[in-house]
Design a protein around this ligand. Structure first.
Ligand code: PRX
Length: 648
């Protein structure tokens, strides 16, 4: 029984919401009863070159798995984000850019966006980029990152954006995996006043490549910092685009042609290249953007996500621009120069819709109410969160202090794999409960199943699955279809497995309770514990490592590493620092362990399997509830682990 307060629709009606609760229920039921008719209609929210007649061809059965949407239609994603708006909104701002330094800003109209993207697309073509080639984008949050994505889409190239916080090793793996001959980057990125040497990371990555010959690196000059230049391979962005033509025809793409790859962590060591295709993804990003954020003409919308993550793809670039919205891109961090920054930006641009991650809210809460209250925030009408469960405390603060009890909060649950939001309140239509992502979006059929795959009814807790496809669903793991089938469709028959667990309450609301696999969520960033372990064991004196998450006030989950050293070696503070550096070099700063505990052994079953459940309990300090340890090969190891637990 959930005792949290329910926020009533009446209390938080967005003044001109698209749907009310009755309408939501009716539309939802229709979308489930007759998905063909529903999606046939919704597919029209974007422009098609050749209209589709076929809606979907889907089978979730492991042996015959395939997912196709609108598959006889043709379109271009870039044309949907730019060209279609030119007749009516050429002079409207498409992108507002706010630099790390509060005095840096830019307004890019749809007309200018068109020209910049065409020039970039022509430059790519000149470098030999063709339809279906993979182009890697490793950029700061600057408008050129969006230009690059759209330019690829325009000419039918598949973009693979790699988060600018990833290391050169992580970048090299992704370039290799996509056999990407072209990388687009900047000399340096700037966040919170600190610079990161992106171009230098590309140089290092180029030396680490095993599969690919990298022939072109396009460099945007962001800071003018010193960089090493390789003649014949490196090109300044300005030199390439300045003389390029302002027009570039759009490639006509099949609905099921790939639009992008985005790597995400799973339970094995190697990140998966999640592949999204053109038609279904664009329909779904566009439609969910409009309804979930209750977007209306003239709204100023700001999503704080980096374009290196799926949120940046769907809800900084494609969703808003497909709707002809004004989307704000922010280069900096919420606490620089001070903790009032976000709200100052809201006031400066009169932001109406603000979408961020719980970790940012928790980080800002620490500074108290004053940095918020000294700003007006009068323009805000809707708040959103994504990426991890939001604890009710943070929700209340966001609702009461930031939103002044005037703005509904949409707690949106989704994944890189889902392409767009699947569980969410609709503003004005759904009563809110702090901490719950509430109800499914139209056309979405969630279910909870037990570990054998039996569907649980009514109030229940279990594995969160989806029984039916939606247009924005990923189609495959790039060049690894087997992995796609095995990861998402092998455990439970005829269902898409999310890897999350959830609870459903008496009102049918969903509450995400965590992951079922060895994936942890650090500050809204998804990391496989196996990835961090492989980074740590690269150190010559590490024999074995096991990484688990533990509750962390700001990050949601912190990283706790148990490390066994080779015989005769001892742990030290200096070694901790070396190991942290390994994780930083192999993956990036987000993967650096918060706590490292050296241990002579790990809790293993007699068959050699690490019992992570015990490690998680030790890391969280929950010693009373360790469960059955009698199956361990050496039960005494548990005492040693608990006695030597490291507290930060
Ligand atoms: O565990 C869920 C959590 O983030 C995971 C997906 O991570 P990623 O693919 O990086 O995409 C993040 C942005 C869409 C999910 O499996 N998650 C995401 N949104 C929520 C959430 N957990 C609870 N509540 C949410 N609103």
């Amino acid at each position: 029984m959930n005792t949290l307060q329910i926020y009533n629709v009446d209390e938080n009606v967005a003044s001109n919401a698209w749907v009310d609760h009755e309408r939501y229920l009716t539309l939802y039921q229709q979308s489930i009863d007759n998905p063909e008719a529903f999606w046939r209609e919704q597919g029209k929210c974007i422009n098609w070159i050749k209209p589709y007649t076929q809606i979907r061809d889907v089978d979730f059965n492991y042996d015959n798995l395939h997912i196709r949407w609108y598959y006889d239609g043709t379109l271009n994603a870039c044309a949907n984000c730019i060209d279609r708006h030119l007749p009516t909104r050429a002079h409207q701002t498409a992108i507002i850019w706010e630099g790390d330094n509060p005095s840096d800003e830019a307004y890019i109209t749809y007309q200018v966006l068109y020209e910049k993207v065409c020039q970039f697309a022509n430059a790519l073509k000149k470098l030999g980029v063709k339809k279906s080639d993979v182009v890697t984008i490793y950029m700061p949050m600057i408008p050129e990152a969006a230009y690059a994505m759209l330019a690829c889409a325009r000419i039918g190239a598949i973009h693979s954006v790699v988060f600018g916080g990833f290391s050169s090793e992580a970048l090299a793996n992704r370039i290799d995996n996509g056999l990407s001959r072209v990388v687009i980057t900047a000399d340096e990125s700037v966040r919170g006043g600190k610079r990161t040497p992106l171009k230098e990371n590309v140089n290092t990555a180029a030396k680490l490549l095993k599969e690919t010959t990298l022939d072109s690196v396009i460099v945007v000059k962001r800071t003018g910092g010193d960089i090493h230049w390789e003649e014949g391979r490196d090109y300044w962005y300005d030199d390439l685009v300045n003389n390029a033509s302002l027009d570039c025809p759009c490639e006509e793409m099949d609905a099921e042609d790939p639009l992008f790859i985005l790597y995400t962590s799973g339970s094995t060591g190697k990140p998966k290249g999640v592949l999204h295709t053109t038609g279904g993804y664009m329909v779904y990003a566009s439609l969910t953007y409009r309804y979930v954020f209750d977007y209306h003409e003239g709204d100023i919308y700001w999503c704080t996500a980096d374009v290196g993550w799926i949120t940046g793809h769907s809800y900084v670039v494609f969703g808003p621009l497909a709707n002809g919205a004004t989307t704000l891109m922010f280069e900096g961090t919420p606490t620089y120069p001070d903790a009032s920054r976000c709200w100052q930006i809201v006031d400066k641009y009169k932001v109406n819709i603000f979408y961020t991650a719980p970790t940012a809210i928790r980080a800002l809460m620490r500074f108290g109410d004053e940095p918020v209250k000294k700003t007006s925030r009068q323009s805000l009408k809707l708040l959103g969160t994504v990426g991890e469960p939001i604890n009710p405390n943070a929700w209340e603060w966001y609702y009461n202090i930031v939103g002044k009890q005037q703005c509904p909060i949409v707690d949106t649950w989704w994944q890189t794999e889902t392409g767009g939001i699947l569980l969410t309140p609709l503003p004005g239509a759904t009563n809110l409960k702090p901490g719950s992502a509430t109800l499914p979006f139209f056309g979405i059929e969630p279910a909870l199943v037990d570990d054998k795959g039996s569907i649980l009814q009514d109030t229940a807790e279990g594995n969160l699955v989806f029984l039916n496809s939606w247009p924005g669903q990923m189609r495959t793991v790039y060049q690894h279809h087997e992995r796609f089938r095995n990861t998402y469709f092998s455990n439970f028959k005829n269902m898409f497995m999310t890897g999350d667990r959830a609870r459903r309450d008496e009102d049918g609301y969903y509450w995400i309770t965590g992951r079922v696999d060895d994936v942890i969520n650090v500050s809204g960033h998804r990391l496989g514990t196996a990835e961090i372990e492989s980074a740590l064991v690269k150190h010559e004196i590490v024999a074995e490592a096991a990484v688990v998450g533990f509750p962390h006030d700001i990050k949601g989950q912190g990283i706790y590493a148990f490390v066994i050293l080779v015989v005769g070696k001892e742990g030290s503070k200096a070694l901790c620092e070396e190991l942290k550096l390994m994780a930083r070099q192999e993956i990036g700063p987000i993967a650096v362990p918060d706590i490292i505990q050296f241990t002579p052994g790990l809790p293993k079953t007699r068959s050699g399997k690490i019992m992570r459940r015990i490690l998680r309990k030790v890391a969280s300090g929950e010693f009373d509830d360790l469960g059955d340890i009698s199956t361990l090969a050496d039960p005494t190891i548990v005492e040693s682990l608990t006695l030597n637990r490291v507290i930060k």
